[in-house]
Design a protein around this ligand. Sequence first.
Ligand SMILES: NC(=O)c1ccc[n+]([C@@H]2O[C@H](COP(=O)([O-])OP(=O)(O)OC[C@H]3O[C@@H](n4cnc5c(N)ncnc54)[C@H](O)[C@@H]3O)[C@@H](O)[C@H]2O)c1
Length: 321
Amino acid sequence: MRTPILVTGALGQIGSELVPALRERYGADQVVASDIRMVPRSELFGEGPFEFLDCTRQKRIQEVVQRYRIGTVYHLAALLSAVAEQKPQVAWEVNMGGLYRVLEVARESRCAVFVPSSIGAFGPGTPRRRTPQDTIQRPTTMYGVTKVSGELLCDYYHLRFGLDTRGVRFPGIISHSAPPGGGTTDYAVDIFHEAVHHGRYTCFLRADTSLDMMYMPDAVKAMIELMEADPERLRHRNAFNVAAMQFTPETLAAEIAKHVEGFTIDYRVDPVRQAIADSWPDSLDDSAAREEWGWSPEYDLPAMTEDMLANLRRKLGPASE
Ligand SMILES: NC(=O)c1ccc[n+]([C@@H]2O[C@H](COP(=O)([O-])OP(=O)(O)OC[C@H]3O[C@@H](n4cnc5c(N)ncnc54)[C@H](O)[C@@H]3O)[C@@H](O)[C@H]2O)c1
């Protein structure tokens, strides 16, 4: 990986765990965190630079990239699926306008670029089970439209300008540090907080909605391993299917109930998020990622559930044990 590294949208759910992992691996001064939000210094990532950066402002991106002589950009800034459905025009501007400007600056400064795509880049016409790496992508949400367009744009910059662009299609990401940013799979994070605090959860998706999910340590591992992979071995670039586990709200609740006595779940379905979930695959075929850069997740449903609950209980203190 070429350092120094710039992370956009670094205060979000993924960035807040990626930045510490990158700093541990490459050194705190080698990783510039940035976001359009400002938080008190005490809530930042400790040592290491932070820049206020709006990814829709090209001059500002260029300024930061040049000042730190950035070698790799992890471009995470985006509006997520549920938020993008509420504000489709803003989502286009941030997700596509931001990506285009990041790619232009990267082209001028010869940076490598990582861009996360999503299972949202698929649509109702996509085969739902074992969704292939190369398949029909006709999403029906603004989020999905920006994600599939982003994949194509990143591949175009690679083919046309020789830019080192790489990406993965993430499923729903589960984590205990930062709250999720308004996605359709947020229930799989909320359920753990409610289980620990109240012993019950009201779910906004139907009990039988099966979706692909991944625990954050595996997501961070994927982002680092792909950017460190030998480019000679990559036949695909934007973006690799990556998978770790599939479950429904019902099976997740049953797993949590093994650790939280008396835990119960009920359902109040949100039609907007249910429609989004219904247009996404159940499970991805990630054999291309396994073959081309050795992808292999560490956490399945039982291991993730145990670790999430242990971490949340630790934060709450001994009373919750
Ligand atoms: N979390 C998931 O489950 C998931 C799944 C698939 C793909 N992804 C993708 O991963 C990336 C990061 O997701 P996340 O979950 O951390 O999202 P998030 O919503 O938690 O964080 C996004 C961050 O981007 C920042 N941001 C918004 N507009 C900006 C702008 N104009 N300029 C700079 N920063 C801006 C926000 O302040 C926020 O801190 C996104 O591209 C998302 O589509 C996430």
